[in-house]
Design a protein around this ligand. Structure first.
Ligand code: ADP
Ligand code: MG
Length: 509
């Protein structure tokens, strides 16, 4: 192995040696070639050198020429540059100077500014102080003024309250005076109106009717208190009242549907007030100040005929009492029909409108009330035109109520006196509900006395029974279907008087 390695090493060395040898030879060769080249080159270079030298000479000449020119130029340029530089230096200096100046100026300015600032600061301070002083002074002034103002205001308030007090007192006095004047004017107007109304009421002569004020009526009826209520009829409530002169009155509300205007009502009341008969309840006057016209009647103390017949007040009415009631009523109605100017038709004759006094004298109430109502047929109430059971059958034919209508109604009242039964009673057999129809049938059957009140027949003399029959026939005559077949109230009165004369005549021995 080591042999191989030595061999290899030897071959390696040899190879290296050979390599070195080769490289040296190559070097020498190269040097030779270089020398040759240099020689050639030297010759060429020399040639070239000469050429170059000539060229260089030419160029030098040229360069020199150019250099000279350049030099000249440079010289000239140098001068210029110098000038330039000088100028630049000058300008620089100038600038520096100016800068310095500026700086100085600025500094000065700054200083001045600062001084000024200082001054202004001081000035400002001074001014501020001055301002503050002024402000303080002003505030002091204001305070003083305010205090003074307040004092003044207080004084003024005192003064103004005094003056306003005086002013309001004056205003109140003026208002009071005006109100008083207005009140007086109002009072005078009312008095004038009352006078005018009384004049209307009493224009027929004979001062009898009175126009009552609402105040008077309210006072008289204790402001329409319930304990003063006498009853409620078809027209409204009736109150008992006491006037200032202690006259006892019945105040009736004339609720008759559409009442006429105040003047017309006064006119109608005037007519009714002029009626003065012992068989009629006296109308004293009226009040037109309140909502509805109010009629003031004399007060009749003993209730109505209806109450007497129904409840048999005071132990019941005797036959003679009943005949007297019939006569009084007939006389009153006859007076209305024949003596009143213009004639007055009652239009609502019934037992509840016949009032009895202490001596059982009868007085007809509510006559002519329908006159207060507007005569428009579509508006009149049945109340104003009579009451069922008393109503003239002819009324259904021509809607007219005449004196004979009152006669018909009075016929029903006569039957009530005879029988003590109600004009309409549904407790009777259906055919006998209407008293007039019932008694007419009984009369036709010639058994009139069967219908007479048993209490009346009890213990009655033959004569009395005859007078009962006579009154029954008179009633049937009043209840005739046709008006012209009915007697007048005058005839009826005469007949009743005749009957009374028989009834009261002393029996012959
Ligand atoms: N002048 C008077 N005096 C006393 N009482 C009266 C008078 N007028 C009416 N009355 C009473 O007032 C009641 C009501 O009367 P009114 O309104 O006429 O009703 P009616 O329709 O029954 O007649 C009567 O029933 C009667 O008792
Ligand atoms: Mg009445």
């Amino acid at each position: 192995m080591s042999e191989e390695r030595a061999k290899k090493r030897r071959t390696g060395k040899r190879e290296k040696r050979e390599g070195r040898e080769g490289r040296r030879k190559q070097k020498e060769k190269k040097e030779k070639q270089r020398e040759e080249r240099e020689e050639e080159g030297g010759k060429r270079a020399e040639k070239k050198k000469t050429e170059n030298r000539t060229v260089e000479k030419e160029e030098k000449k040229e360069r020199e020429g150019r250099g000279k020119e350049k030099k000249r130029e440079r010289r000239e340029g140098g001068i210029e540059e110098e000038e330039k530089r000088e100028e630049e230096e000058e300008t620089e200096e100038k600038e520096n100077r100016e800068r310095k100046k500026r700086d100085k100026g600025n500094k000065k300015k700054m200083r001045r500014k600062e001084e000024k600032k200082e001054e202004t600061r001081e000035e400002g301070g001074r001014r501020r102080r001055k301002r503050n002083r002024k402000k303080q002074k002003r505030e002091e002034k204001w305070r003083r003024r305010r205090n003074r103002g307040e004092e003044n205001r207080n004084e003024r308030v005192q003064f103004s309250s005094l003056t306003s007090g005086l002013g309001s007192a004056l205003v109140a006095a003026v208002i009071g005076f005006l109100l008083y004047k207005r009140h007086r004017r109002h009072k005078e107007a009312l008095a004038r109106l009352a006078r005018e109304r009384e004049e209307i009421l009493n224009s027929g002569g004979g001062k009898t009717a009175k126009v009552f004020t609402g105040k008077q009526i309210k006072k008289a009826t204790n402001n329409f208190s319930k304990d003063r209520l006498l009853g409620t009829g078809g027209f409204g409530e009736v109150y008992k009242g006491v006037l200032e002169d202690s006259t006892v009155v019945a105040v009736k509300c004339a609720k008759v549907g559409n009442t006429k205007g105040t003047d017309q009502v006064l006119n109608e009341v005037r007519i009714l007030c002029q009626v003065n008969h012992r068989g009629l309840v006296r109308l004293l006057g009226c009040c037109v100040e309140l909502e509805q016209p109010l009629l003031v009647y004399e007060y009749i103390s003993n209730g109505t005929l209806l109450e007497h017949l129904k409840g048999k007040l005071n132990g019941g009415l005797t036959w003679i009492h009943r005949l007297n009631v019939a006569r009084d009523t007939a006389e009153g109605l006859a007076y209305l029909h024949f003596s009143a100017v213009p004639p007055i038709y009652h239009r609502d004759v019934k037992s509840s409108n016949i009032l009895l006094d202490d001596k059982l004298n009868a007085k007809v109430a509510d006559f002519g009330l329908s006159r207060l109502a507007e005569t428009d047929l579509s508006h009149v109430t049945t109340c104003a035109q009579g009451t069922l059971g008393y109503l003239d059958p002819e009324y259904y034919r021509n809607y007219q109520l005449t004196d004979k209508s009152d006669v018909y109604s009075f016929g029903v009242v006569l039957l009530e006196l005879l029988t003590s039964q109600k004009a309409i009673d549904f407790n009777r057999p259906p055919d006998d509900v209407n008293l007039a129809i019932y008694v007419k049938r009984v009369v036709e059957e010639e058994r009139l006395l069967d219908a007479v009140d048993p209490d009346l027949k009890k213990g009655a003399s033959e004569m009395e029974l005859e007078t009962m029959k006579a009154l029954g026939f008179l009633a049937v005559g009043c209840l005739e279907e046709r008006r012209q077949n009915r007697p007048s109230m005058k005839e009826v009165t005469e007949e009743i008087e005749y009957i009374i004369s028989i009834a009261t005549s002393k029996p012959e021995n």
